[in-house]
Design a protein around this ligand. Structure first.
Ligand code: SIN
Length: 480
C-alpha cells in the first residue's frame, strides 16, 4: 500500500490511548481478497487483555461523561474532518483489506465521516423533559444519561462506516467504547482509532481489541462493566449475544441479516427501477445487509424490465478494486464464493434461466449473475446470498407481491417502484421491514434510523433515534 501517511496503517491494538501488542505474541494475519497475499497482522489478545481494555474504558467513562456536550461535539467534528482529509489513504486501506472498488471505498469513508459529523451535532441536543407533577409542591424532571461502557462488534463489509456509526453515537451520548472489528478487516478500524487520537479523543474513551470473536463476545457479555452491546452481523451470532447478555441485562442493539425484496410494479418508471436495482444489488459485490436479495417483477412488464436489466448487469466490470473502471470487486473469502455457487446451482436445478453470468469463480472473483423464472422455493429466497446473484420472480397482483415480499423471517429493508400514490401508501404500510425505499434504493444516511424488525434485529443506528440506544432515562421527582 502506498499511503501518504503510513501511520494510518497500524498493526497493533489500541487501548488507554496506547498502541499495544498482545502479551501472548499471537497474531491474526490479514489478506487482500483480490490477491490472497498477506497484507499485515494484528495482535490476537487474550481474555485478560480484553478485560483490561474494559477497565480502562470504565475509568475513562467517569470523566468523558462529565465533559460538556459541546466539547464532545468538537472532538467528533474534528474526527469527521480528519476522515475527509485522509479519504485517499483510508480508501486505499479499505480496498486492500476488503476488496471493494476504490470509488466505493471513498464513498464509505465519506459515509463514516457523515456519522461523526451528524452525532457531533446531536450531542448538544440530548434534551430531557419536564412533566407536570401530581402535586403543586413537586416537579418531575427527566434526563437522559449515558449507559456506560459499550462493546461494539462490527462486520467486514463496511469496516469503517459501521464502526463510525456506532462510536459516534456512543461518544456523543457520553459513553466510552471497546470495539472489536472483524478479523478480516481490522486495519480500517485501527486507522479510525489513529485519527480519533489525532482529533483529541482522550485515552480510554475509544479502544480497539482484535482476537478470537467468541472469546471477546464472552467477555463483553459476562463482564458487568459492559452496559451496552451494539452488534452488526449475522442473526446466528445476534441470537448468541442476546442469550449470553441476558444474565447481566445488557442493553442491546442488533443489526442482523436481511433478505430484502425489491418489487417492480407495472406503473413504475422502469429505467429508474433498473438503476435502483443495480445499485442496491451490486453495491459491494452484493455483500451488504440491505442488498436486494429477491426481485419481484409484475408479469406485464417482466420481459421489458429483464431486457433493460440485462444491459445494465452486463456493463458491470469485475476486477481488483484498485483498477480503474472496476465496479465489482472480489468476494471476501472462499466460503462466500461457495455460498454464491450453492445458490446459483440450486436456482438452475429448480428451473431458473441464466441470462448472464455463469456461477464460476476465479479465486474470489465471480461474474455478476442475472437469472429469470425464480421461485420462492429457491435458496436465494430463503436466505441472504451476500453475492452478486440476482434472480427475478414474476408476480401478477399487488397482494401476491406483498405476500411474497413478507414471506421471510427477516425484515431489514425492502424496496418497491410504483408511480401510483395510493399503491405507494398501501404497500409501504404492508411491508414488514424496518426500512422501505420507494422509487429509491439508496436509503442509508446518517440522518435516518437504520435498523430492522423480525430476525433482522432491533435498535436503530444514525438519526436522533440512534443516540437513544446509548442513553438511559432518569426520572427525578423534586418535592418539598
Ligand atoms: C450493512 O450492510 O450492514 C450496512 C449497509 C449500509 O449502511 O448501507
Amino acid at each position: 500500500m502506498k499511503l501518504k501517511n503510513p501511520e494510518l496503517f497500524q498493526q497493533a491494538n489500541y487501548w488507554n490511548g496506547q498502541w499495544r501488542q498482545s502479551s501472548t505474541g499471537e497474531v491474526i494475519e490479514v489478506d487482500n481478497p483480490s490477491t490472497g497475499k498477506i497484507i499485515g497482522q494484528v495482535p490476537s489478545v487474550n481474555r485478560a487483555e480484553v478485560a483490561d481494555a474494559i477497565d480502562v474504558a470504565e475509568r475513562a467513562f467517569q470523566s468523558w461523561r462529565q465533559e460538556p456536550a459541546h466539547t464532545r461535539a468538537k472532538v467528533l467534528r474534528k474526527w469527521g474532518d480528519l476522515l475527509l482529509t485522509h479519504v485517499d489513504d483510508l480508501a486505499e486501506i479499505l480496498t486492500t483489506e476488503q476488496g471493494k472498488p476504490l470509488a466505493e471505498a471513498k464513498g464509505e469513508v465519506r459515509y463514516a465521516a457523515s456519522y461523526l459529523h451528524w452525532f457531533a451535532e446531536e450531542a448538544p441536543r440530548n434534551y430531557g423533559d419536564t412533566i407536570p407533577a401530581p402535586k403543586t409542591s413537586q416537579k418531575i424532571i427527566v434526563q437522559k444519561q449515558p449507559v456506560g461502557v459499550c462493546g461494539c462488534i462490527t462486520p467486514w463489509n463496511f469496516p469503517i462506516a459501521m464502526l463510525a456509526r456506532k462510536v459516534a453515537a456512543a461518544l456523543a451520548a457520553g459513553c466510552t467504547v471497546v470495539a472489536k472489528p472483524a478479523e478480516a478487516t481490522p486495519f480500517s478500524a485501527l486507522a479510525l482509532a489513529y485519527l480519533g487520537e489525532c482529533a483529541g479523543v482522550p485515552g480510554g474513551v475509544f479502544n480497539i481489541v482484535t482476537g478470537d470473536s467468541a472469546m471477546i463476545g464472552d467477555e463483553f457479555t459476562e463482564n458487568p462493566k459492559i452496559r451496552k452491546i451494539s452488534f452488526t452481523g449475522s442473526t446466528r451470532v445476534g441470537r448468541l449475544l442476546q442469550e449470553k447478555s441476558g444474565r447481566n441485562l445488557i442493553k442491546l442493539s442488533l443489526e442482523l441479516g436481511g433478505n430484502a425484496p425489491l418489487i417492480v410494479f407495472d406503473d413504475a418508471d422502469l429505467d429508474l427501477a433498473v438503476k435502483g436495482t443495480i445499485a442496491a444489488k451490486f453495491r459491494n459485490a452484493g455483500q451488504t445487509c440491505v442488498c436486494v436479495n429477491r426481485l419481484f417483477v409484475q408479469r406485464s412488464i417482466y420481459d421489458e424490465f429483464i431486457k433493460k436489466l440485462k444491459v445494465a448487469v452486463e456493463a458491470l466490470v469485475v476486477g481488483d478494486g484498485h483498477d480503474e473502471g472496476v465496479t465489482i470487486g472480489p468476494l471476501i473469502h472462499q466460503k462466500a464464493v461457495e455460498k454464491f455457487q450453492k445458490h446459483f446451482d440450486d436456482a438452475v436445478a429448480q428451473g431458473a434461466r441464466v441470462i448472464c453470468g455463469d456461477g464460476k469463480a476465479n479465486g474470489n472473483f465471480v461474474k455478476p449473475v442475472l437469472m429469470t423464472d425464480g421461485k420462492p422455493s429457491m435458496m436465494f429466497c430463503q436466505e441472504e446470498t451476500f453475492a452478486p446473484l440476482l434472480v427475478a420472480v414474476p408476480f401478477d397482483t399487488e397482494e401476491e407481491a406483498i405476500q411474497l415480499a413478507n414471506d421471510t423471517p427477516y425484515g431489514l429493508a425492502s424496496y418497491f417502484y410504483s408511480n401510483n400514490i395510493s399503491r405507494v401508501m398501501r404497500v409501504t404500510d404492508a411491508l414488514e421491514s424496518g426500512m422501505v425505499g420507494v422509487n429509491e434504493t439508496a436509503i442509508s444516511n446518517a440522518t435516518a434510523p437504520f435498523g430492522g424488525v423480525k430476525w433482522s434485529g432491533y435498535g436503530r443506528e444514525g438519526s436522533k433515534y440512534g443516540m437513544d440506544e446509548y442513553l438511559q432515562v432518569k426520572y427525578v421527582l423534586l418535592g418539598g
